[in-house]
Design a binder for this molecule. Structure first.
Ligand SMILES: C[S@@+](CC[C@H](N)C(=O)[O-])C[C@H]1O[C@@H](n2cnc3c(N)ncnc32)[C@H](O)[C@@H]1O
Length: 191
């Protein structure tokens, strides 16, 4: 069985092209950052955010080993500051923004993403997305606060104006603690 995280990467891999710009809003151990850096190719660029130095160190090591570090910029900062941190010319230019919520695997399980900063960051991600761009949010529901965060993310997506935003949700049946995957696409040629 292919896990939902792998499914998200498989879909986004078909979607990203060489030269694209992408954001990993929750770098963690760098698996998604590496995936994005591979997918955008040498001409592309990936910007990543995490609040934990431990995560950024692990991600840099992974990127270095894969010879992908040159196409990545990592910020030791909360994703809720991404618009402020990133060059202003990125607004409306980013093809994919990925969020993988929750805690750092192998790290402090108490340091999770939080509903209020997550919602602030999601709003900023929309400002950065290019026409036809995709926002991908993997929400985990099994840890304290995870279910509330996932429900808040879904409510946020449900309130987005259509057009230009089109949201879909994938929830594996039969397991109330499974991760839930939200995708929001910006209409092509809108705004
Ligand atoms: C589930 S992990 C991410 C996994 C990662 N995408 C990977 O491929 O390894 C969630 C990460 O979000 C980070 N995080 C928590 N709050 C954050 C915030 N406000 N801004 C950015 N990252 C945050 C945590 O430190 C943790 O490393």
């Amino acid at each position: 069985m292919v896990r939902l995280v792998q499914q998200s990467q498989q879909l986004l891999a078909q979607y990203l092209k060489p030269g694209d710009l992408a954001i990993d809003a929750t770098v963690g151990n760098g698996h998604d950052t590496c995936f994005l850096a591979e997918a955008v190719g040498e001409a592309g660029r990936v910007y990543g955010f995490d609040i934990q130095q431990q995560a950024l160190d692990a991600a840099w090591q992974r990127l270095d080993q894969a010879a992908l570090a040159a196409r990545v910029a990592l910020y030791h900062a909360g994703h809720e500051t991404m618009v402020q941190q990133l060059p202003s010319e990125l607004r409306g230019q980013v093809r994919v923004v990925m969020f993988n919520l929750g805690y750092l695997p192998g790290g402090d399980k108490g340091r999770t993403t939080h509903l209020s900063t997550t919602l602030a960051a999601l709003g900023q991600a929309l400002e950065l997305l290019a026409p036809g761009g995709l926002l991908s949010v993997m929400a985990y529901t099994g840890h304290p606060g995870g279910r509330e965060e996932a429900e808040a993310v879904k409510a946020w997506a449900n309130n987005l104006p259509r057009p230009p935003w089109y949201a879909t949700l994938q929830v594996p049946p039969g397991n109330p603690h499974a991760p839930e995957w939200l995708l929001v696409m910006r209409e092509t040629g809108s705004l």
